[in-house]
Design a protein around this ligand. Structure first.
Ligand SMILES: Cc1ncc(COP(=O)(O)O)c(C=O)c1O
Length: 397
């Protein structure tokens, strides 16, 4: 196989070598952490060590960290929490109509967006807040929706397709004034900016192992101490009675290692990644006409560059790049099987013909300037060739 230029780190990241080692070593920790004998106690100690590392990384307490199978589960658990049967989890919660209103945004990951649509079908009032042309939520709509107390606001910290960072602290301030709980999906922000639950002031937060150089199938749900939470997966005492199921020890240990590694090396890596992303952006702007840069490159995630190329299909660009060993995405990995233009991009108001020709480059710790140079060498002729074949382009020129 030719050397791969991997520029799809928002879809998933390669395992960090130290994380991989910790995962492999932890495969030998076979005890069940619920067992009271020595093997069980060893397994338990490893889980609690990882929990402490994640808590430290997020500025939380260990008992506020619940390990899940990934951020999709964490997000579903939080939305399920809105409609859960409160009698079964023993927590007292408001039973008035405020508890049937959820506020979210039009650019959430499908694990929030689609789940909210399901809630709406079940009779929950759901407000989908819009975004401006940079992909940042409209605060006037948040204020309007939060005139009275709601059950939950769920807004992502950073968007996976265009990298726009959302003003969560402002959302929290408005929500708190009405006693509304706030959840943030921080999957894409972690590792690219400092994330502290204390600083953000959120009640719930989701993260995913495989977006931060950890393994797949492991995630975290942060639940602030004293805040209502009914388990999505019931039937066991694991994770403080909040998520049943025998713990995935190698993945948990590796996630602990991943956040430990991030904590020490994050700043330098982020600066390097930003330099590469900007270098690619400038090179594309110089060499390819009729493009739109989506999102908020100045204030958004430092690793993300989403560009629309007029008159061509994003899928075609992605496949041509793949033939050259360059791996990118047309949008979110979960939506890339769909031929519909990205809902996130359309929400920012870009014309549909541009939305169809969008490519997301997302950098990670292993990228170098050579990767940028390779894209800048092969992308302009690919776009020129595709445009030559495009009836839209021929009509225009
Ligand atoms: C913003 C966001 N939230 C949630 C998820 C889902 O994470 P997981 O793959 O751990 O279920 C993703 C993954 O693409 C994501 O980008």
């Amino acid at each position: 196989m030719n050397k791969i230029t991997y520029l799809d780190n928002n879809a998933t990241t390669p395992l960090h070598p130290e994380v991989k080692k910790s995962f492999i070593d932890a495969l030998d920790i076979f005890g069940n952490a619920s067992s009271l004998h020595q093997m069980g106690r060893i397994a338990r100690a490893h889980i609690e060590d990882a929990r402490a590392k994640v808590a430290d990384f997020l500025d939380a307490s260990p008992e506020e960290i619940i390990f899940t199978s990934g951020a999709s589960e964490s997000n579903n658990a939080i939305l399920n929490n809105v409609v859960c049967d409160n009698s079964s989890c023993g927590t007292k919660v408001c039973s008035s109509t405020c508890c049937s209103h959820v506020i979210t945004s039009v650019i959430e990951h499908p694990s929030v967006y689609e789940t909210c649509k399901e809630l709406a079908k079940d009779g929950v009032k759901v407000t989908f807040v819009g975004v401006d042309n940079k992909g940042v939520i409209k605060m006037d709509q948040i204020k309007e929706a939060l005139k009275t107390r709601a059950a939950l606001v769920s807004i992502m910290l950073a968007n996976n397709e265009i990298g726009s960072i959302q003003p969560i602290k402002e959302v929290v301030a408005i929500a708190k004034a009405t006693g509304t709980l706030v959840h943030t999906d921080a999957v894409q922000a972690i590792g690219k900016m400092k994330v502290s639950v204390k600083d953000l002031g959120v009640d719930y937060l989701s993260l995913s192992g495989h977006k931060l150089y950890g393994p797949k199938g492991i995630g975290v749900l942060y639940v602030k101490k004293g805040i209502k939470f009914c388990p999505l997966i019931k039937g066991g005492h694991h994770e403080f009675n909040l998520r049943a199921g025998t713990e995935n020890i190698p993945a948990i240990v590796a996630l602990g290692k991943a956040v430990e590694v991030l904590k020490t090396g994050q700043e330098a890596e982020v600066a390097q990644i930003k330099k590469l992303r900007d270098s690619l952006k400038d090179g594309i702007v110089r060499s390819i006409p009729d493009i739109i840069i989506n999102g908020d490159v100045e204030n958004g995630l430092v690793n993300t560059l989403n560009i629309s190329f007029k008159y061509v299909e994003g899928e075609a660009i992605m496949l041509y790049l793949d033939l050259e060993g360059i791996e990118v995405s047309t949008g979110s990995a979960c939506a890339s099987g769909s031929l519909e233009p990205s809902q996130v991009l359309l929400s920012t108001g870009i014309p549909i013909e541009f939305a169809h020709g969008s490519i997301r480059f997302s950098f990670g710790r292993e990228n170098t300037q050579a990767d940028v140079d390779k894209v800048l060498e092969v992308l302009p002729p690919i776009i020129a060739q595709l445009r030559k074949m495009s009836p839209l382009y021929k009509k225009q020129k």
